[in-house]
Design a protein around this ligand. Structure first.
Ligand code: GLU
Length: 480
């Protein structure tokens, strides 16, 4: 019997996501159940959006949860490198292999031609717009001539144009896709970088992945992957597409409706055990229906038969309730230790003291000064609410400005003092607001106060996650 080997393959393009933790948990539990291996592979082929800081945050968040891997970029292993950006030669070699086997072809179409084609298809209201196969039937001589001319090219999947591709999904049974509806996907870009599809399939094969357990949103890519396995002459892994986490309104979980960053939960003081317990309840149930369970108990009782496909709703209130049960499992001493370790620790205090040293005359003054550095949400007094909207601005102006600021903060791995100061200044200038009109609402939104230490430094200590949730809170307060 082959040993079970599973993986998560996150792309380091943003905050570590609860969805990644959810998929990681099910992979981890399945691997442990079967004495198998769990690996971490970083899919960073999108060079413009991937950043090492995001990768590090994914690693840190997974370690916080205790979902450790047997092979990965940080621990190595027999199938490395585990970062796709370091595997370029492997993909080039495999793209050539596919061309030789007739499963892929070189496409020399220019960007202009493709743009014109898209425009034509749009005008003609073509039902399934996509590549028209122009280069698919170039003769060997034509290809030779183009290569001699050093024309840039991409490599495309030679998708069969008739029939269907069957995906056998463990949770859904056989799912059929019409081949005519699947595009001749680009596999290798003109800069030699692979797309997700090629890199993902090649790596899953070379790394010996036996079960691909991933989110439902990838199922429409799977027929392309099945075709790739066939073209290479490789055995497919087993496909298991987990139901997507959803917002309350059943839409796909999104940062606009739910905090989705694991950093948010970590910094708010959720316990990793409660988080894992809650994620384990997303679409899966214990045989006895109990809601509070450990990962070890989940492993003991796990089977995919117990997964239900109706989209599980990620409900922060329910998670908070569950976390409360874990807090109450602590003895008072353990809780004190937890607070000393995770909140009132030396690192946090030393970040705050430089900011308030000038503002206190005796130690006890400290307490009244620093609530907003530790609290989650802040409340807005009538005075603060008034200061939130400068004289010549409307509620809508301010919430629009804060929404732009939210986008800026979202794009940063972390809030740093000098950097955020510069970005605030730039936004103020872009909006042509007077500095006084601009900085007061930002200050009030993130601290609940009209007077604080310098804004950039204060925001840096409060941190990205709290700044973000308070700005969201302020936007909500402006709307109500
Ligand atoms: N890189 C993909 C992601 O970010 C991996 C999807 C898969 O597991 O195949 O989720």
């Amino acid at each position: 019997m082959t040993t079970v080997k599973v993986r998560i393959a996150p792309s380091p393009t943003g905050d570590p996501h609860v969805g990644t933790a959810y998929i990681a948990l099910f992979n981890y539990v399945f691997a442990k159940k079967h004495g198998g291996k769990f690996i971490l592979r970083i899919e960073d082929t999108d060079r413009t959006r991937s950043r090492p800081e995001w990768e590090q945050m994914i690693i840190d968040a997974m370690k916080w949860l205790g979902l450790t891997w047997d092979e990965g970029p940080d621990v190595g292993g027999p199938h490395g490198p585990y970062r796709q950006s370091e595997r370029g030669a492997i993909y080039a070699e495999h793209a050539q292999m596919l061309i030789d086997r007739g499963g892929a072809y070189r496409c020399f179409c220019t960007e202009e031609r493709l743009t014109a084609l898209r425009e034509e298809q749009r005008k003609a209201k073509v039902a399934m717009p996509g590549y028209d196969g122009h280069c698919r039937h170039l003769s060997p001589d034509e290809i030779k001539a183009k290569l001699a001319e050093k024309l840039p090219y991409v490599v495309r999947l030679a998708m069969p144009k008739e029939g269907t591709t069957k995906v056998n999904d463990r949770l859904r049974g056989e799912v059929q896709f019409e081949n005519a509806q699947v595009d001749d996907q680009v596999l290798l870009k003109s800069d030699g970088m692979p797309t997700y599809h090629l890199a993902n399939v090649v790596d899953d094969h070379l790394m010996g992945i036996t079960h691909v357990i991933r989110a439902e949103e990838w199922i429409t890519s799977t027929p392309k992957h099945v075709q790739l396995y066939q073209a290479f002459g490789w055995t497919q892994p087993e496909w298991i597409h987990m139901p997507l986490l959803r917002n309350q309104d059943k839409s796909k979980i999104s940062k606009r409706k739910n905090p989705v960053s694991l950093n948010y939960y970590r910094e708010s003081g959720f316990s990793p055990a409660a988080m894992l317990n809650y994620l384990g309840m997303m679409g899966w149930t214990m045989p006895d229906g109990r809601e509070k369970f450990t990962v070890a108990e989940m492993i003991d009782n796990f089977s995919f038969e117990r997964i239900s496909l109706g989209g599980p709703v990620f409900d922060v209130q329910k998670l908070t309730w569950l976390n409360g049960l874990y807090i109450r499992d602590h003895t008072a001493d353990e809780l004190a230790t937890d607070l000393l370790t995770n909140m009132f620790n030396e690192k946090n205090l030393k970040a705050i003291t430089p900011l308030i040293r000038e503002r206190i005359d005796k130690l006890e003054d400290f307490v009244n000064h620093v609530g907003y550095f530790f609290a989650g949400d802040v409340s807005y007094s009538p005075e603060a609410l008034q200061a939130l909207v400068p004289k010549d601005k409307t509620n809508k102006d301010v919430s629009g400005m804060l929404a732009e600021l939210l986008e800026i903060i979202d794009s940063l791995p972390r809030v740093e003092a000098a950097d955020i100061d510069a970005r605030l200044k730039a936004l103020c200038e872009k909006l042509t607001w007077k500095p006084k009109e601009f900085f007061m609402p930002v200050r009030v939104a993130v601290t609940g106060r009209t007077a604080t230490p310098p804004l950039g430094e204060t925001m840096a200590v409060i941190g990205k996650e709290r700044c973000r949730r308070r700005i969201r809170g302020a936007i909500a307060a402006l709307k109500s």
